[in-house]
Write a protein of this length. Sequence first.
Length: 239
Amino acid sequence: MKRILIQGAIESEVSYYLEQPCFRDVVPAEKNGFLCYEARTDGVELIVQLTKMGMVHAAMATMTAIYEFRPDIIVNQGTAGAQVETLTSGDLVIGQRAVNVHSIEMPKRGYGEGIAPIDWRGMATEYIEADKGLVRLFKEGIGARTRTGTVITGTLGSGDLFSKEKDRIKWLHEVFGNVSEDMESFAVYAACRECRIPCVSIRVISNNELLDEDYDKDTALELQRVIWETLMAAAGSEW
């Protein structure tokens, strides 16, 4: 029986899964401070984990889940802010790779010379690839469009930040090539690489600061729906 771990940082990013019949009567277990829900359906064992927000929490939660549950695959998912003008609220990004956007080096400046974040540059920038089979599974399973927007593959940028400065957002994209910004994907990719667990992160755009869009937490529901349907359709197959 294949064991699948699905992660979300906050309750709105896992609520759809927990409303499915197999989860309705499940009492969560707390593992190292992270809530985990276990269920079985259609020949697969499922674990839904609340990782909490941020890179440190995501790394801790992922390592906890790997050692507690020994998942065959990990699907990290949730909302993200767009960092290119071509993505709008409701669009989906399948993370072909992830990068830590806090991996930066600053030019030397003395007292009184100020701070110039726009002059910072990427420092030994590392990109971690998602599992190619999982990327292909979700590209084919979800298709090119959902009820809320288009679906693309791209680079996910992760860091403990909420970017709201337009020049800074464009700078991050130019330096790292990421199309969206979240707080967990890179940490999950790093943990999975070290433990040799196939993983992929999928993000729905909750807003685009470049287009002055307001944050919409409900975008997470459509993402969860298409992930759930893709996983259930693939249950029992070789991934």
